[in-house]
Design a protein around this ligand. Sequence first.
Ligand code: ATP
Length: 334
Amino acid sequence: PTRVLTGITTSGTPHLGNYVGAIRPAVAASRTPNVESFYFLADYHALIKVQDPARVQRSTLEIAATWLACGLEPDKVWFYRQSDVPEVQELTWFLTCVAGKGLLNRAHAYKAAVDKNREAGEDDDAGVSAGLFMYPVLMAADILLFNANQVPVGRDQIQHIEMARDFGQRFNHLYGEHFAMPEAVIDENVATLPGLDGRKMSKSYDNTIPLFAPRETLKKLIYSIVTDSRAPGEAKDADTSNVFQLYQAFASNEETAAMRRAFADGIAWGDAKQALFERIDREISPLREKYDALIAQPAHIEAILRDGARRLRERYARPTLDALRSAVGLRDLS
Ligand code: ATP
């Protein structure tokens, strides 16, 4: 079977972007035949950005409950918390030792931090942790540990998958064929959703619409989306509108076409936002009910996560690391 791997960082409350970009397509894909799916809560990754233990814990619970509410079946897929599988860290070190530092210097996330420092007239590496710098190696370990073949990602992540291939290839070259080469899967139909301020919706930007916000909050947030000042009756440009982009991510093709005409005909922003709210709420409402029930049972969620990690370690992670330890010349712990 094809192995598909998806992770969500436990850095905050899951939002509409995570749902449209990762959760909805991943749950649908897990139901296609001949696919073995891996879903994980990326809490080692969260530590790069969030140093607030309560936030990481809360986010872990929320993201786990979200996956389950959206239809993930934990006995049919691998569903686990990254830090419950410490083999990820052991592999990270093995890969660190074959990763070219020059390649990591060119990673987007690191370069963006350096560029920002330069603009501010600071030293290149001011405030940059080695964790941020090494992030592509941790991500490579997530992927290579399970020989995932396909990793659905946004465009900004293609480079990291290429790095995972690079590290895997170097390791294979030195120590024998241990890793399959992963491929980035870009779904052209999956949009990157804008946040309330127009930037990419992201947990780290505090510009999100939480997926399971109570109905009234959802409405309030949708009404707060930034728009231009065109009056009712004035034609509006659908292609540059955040409201339209969000609508499109939830609506059918016919609904989207009708909304595009309404924009050209000068729909009032209030009416467009009301339509957006209703469309999203229609899809989310039944899931929200499940989510509210799940989030009230943290012990149940915890048991599912632990069981997933236990089985995954036994089946893949530990045997793989035993083989890798022998391959590089360390003692096999088994
Ligand atoms: P962080 O700010 O901590 O990076 P994030 O909210 O930007 O968090 P991640 O947890 O890094 O998102 O990403 C989880 C998944 O959600 C990824 O597959 C990513 O492509 C997808 N995703 C995140 N934000 C969006 C968005 N605005 N639109 C579409 N997909 C998104």
